[in-house]
Design a protein around this ligand. Structure first.
Ligand code: IPD
Ligand code: CA
Ligand code: CA
Length: 267
């Protein structure tokens, strides 16, 4: 399809992302309604739901033939990634949104027959927009991101949720200890989408997690790849946009080092 058509879609989506961000900032003047989902620490608010509905209504009226995969379930139930699919996390980092009022993002990745066409990750309170269009590189607030670092693991800063260092059902509890021991530093920001675009921006050299849903990484993956990073499962396999799985987004050298070390470690 015509590049211009996709560029127009990205421009439209950028306006929506900025408008949704402004609505979230404005909502902070009002009381927040917080509920829990799968467990007491899995939070969802009225703003997660309202923001997803905001996107769904606009996408459906502008692009009725497109599909939507959204965390809060207002989009479609998909069994295939064929066609044009908008993958949305209306608020990534809801715990940060509720407790810190910062460090959360809106994440949007648009795929056509499984190919990432454009990605947008908006750090709402910093007003930082990370973006990428297929084949045209990645930007932060319209300024090109100049490509990822070329660090080795021993000079790398790695984004990692500390939960994965405790007993869990996915890997032996000590499987990722080498990352903490070998990397120069480990950080945990509480928004997967933000941590993935931090790899694109060179603020991190890797982001590793045992379990992530497609909406957590769909937008960031396009941006990170356009900046020169590699994105796979922790075992080095291609990511499947319809399932939860482990995710490793890293600069090429660091990615290779982590995958080689983890070979055979997962359940
Ligand atoms: C969560 C955040 C968090 C990651 C979790 C995600 P949510 O998304 O990205 O950093 O560790 O796995 O579920 O629930 O805030 O949209
Ligand atoms: Ca999320
Ligand atoms: Ca979310």
């Amino acid at each position: 399809m015509d590049t211009k058509v996709w560029q127009e879609r990205m421009a439209q989506a950028t306006l929506w992302v900025r408008e949704a961000g402004a609505r979230i900032r404005k909502s902070m003047e009002n009381p927040l309604h917080v509920e829990t989902k799968s467990n007491a620490n899995d939070l969802v608010t009225n703003m997660d739901k309202e923001t997803e509905q905001f996107f769904v209504s606009r996408i459906q009226s502008h692009y009725p033939e497109h599909y939507i995969l959204g965390e809060e379930g207002f989009g479609d139930q998909l069994e295939t990634i064929e066609g044009t699919v908008w993958i949305i996390d209306p608020i990534d980092g809801t715990m940060n949104f509720v407790h810190q009022k910062r460090h959360f993002t809106i994440s949007l990745g648009v795929y056509h027959d499984g190919v990432g066409m454009f990605g947008l990750v908006y750090d709402v309170m910093a007003d930082d927009l990370y973006a990428a269009f297929n084949g045209e590189g990645a930007t932060l607030n319209n300024a090109p991101l100049m490509g990822v670092n070329d660090a080795d693991l021993h000079t790398a800063i790695v984004g990692l949720n500390a939960n994965w260092l405790t007993t869990n059902e996915h890997m032996p509890a000590d499987a990722l200890h080498f990352l903490v021991q070998k990397a120069r530093g480990v950080r945990s920001y509480g928004s997967a989408a933000l941590e993935i675009v931090y790899v694109a921006a060179g603020f991190l050299d890797a982001y590793a997690t045992m379990r992530l849903s497609p909406w957590d990484y769909a937008g960031g993956l396009i941006i990170a790849k356009e900046a020169g990073a590699v994105g796979t499962t922790l075992q080095g396999e291609p990511l499947n946009l319809l399932h939860k799985q482990s995710v490793l987004i890293a600069t090429p050298k660091v990615h290779k080092e982590i995958v080689e070390r983890l070979h055979g470690a997962s359940s």
